[in-house]
Design a protein around this ligand. Sequence first.
Ligand SMILES: Cc1cc2nc3c(=O)[nH]c(=O)nc-3n(C[C@H](O)[C@H](O)[C@H](O)COP(=O)(O)O)c2cc1C
Length: 226
Amino acid sequence: MAIQVLGISGSPIADSNTDRAVKAVLKSTGLQTQFIKLSELEISPCRACLGCTESNECVVQDDGRSLAAFFRQVPAFVLGAYTPYSSLDARTKTFMERMYCFRHQIGGNAGKVGGSVITTACVPGAANLPAAAETARTQIGYWMMEEGMTDLGSLVIEGNVPCIRCGHGDDCKVSGIKMLYGPDATVASVGVKTFEGEDRLAAAAKALGEKIRDALQRVAPREAVE
Ligand SMILES: Cc1cc2nc3c(=O)[nH]c(=O)nc-3n(C[C@H](O)[C@H](O)[C@H](O)COP(=O)(O)O)c2cc1C
């Protein structure tokens, strides 16, 4: 059966919150889907060599070529990212850059519909913290706009600062736990946050999946991947 929605996660953590949320959105579409974890592939960033200008094919010989060929065929996607140093993670950015090869002369990314999942340790909306989720969401949104794709929305998940699981979270002088949650915060008081721990996130994932499904029913059918 043809794949209609591709899920892509930039999170390198095994079975991470980002992965599980992307999969939840995929499931809610009720369509044929496939999930790809970028950390399992070898992909380097765009070299700006313009070697793809005539062929619409990247000249960099890595897994980005087969991923691009797959992405070219699917009409919809869910892109999952996390926010190291309060911006979009490198793998997700690399993925976005490598899809540039389809732009020249044909605008080959145009017409796709997509949504994003952003996992962030910065509490979204907190006045004293960088707007990490908003930064990442905006970066993906602008990429979609510049490529003529339709952004159907984002799901923002409060994830875990790495210090929660490093083993030194309570005694480390530069612990992110205190930076994010205040001087009295500890590993125990903050706890491990999961996508499944908040009902509203499951509902939001379901809503985004259904939005993608509904949008696909409205756009002209494209040839899909078998
Ligand atoms: C090197 C590094 C730096 C990070 N810096 C930030 C940060 O500045 N802001 C933030 O919100 N999260 C930061 N994070 C935390 C990730 O966003 C967080 O681990 C996220 O919840 C991971 O999602 P996952 O469980 O889906 O992989 C950082 C993580 C790493 C590994």
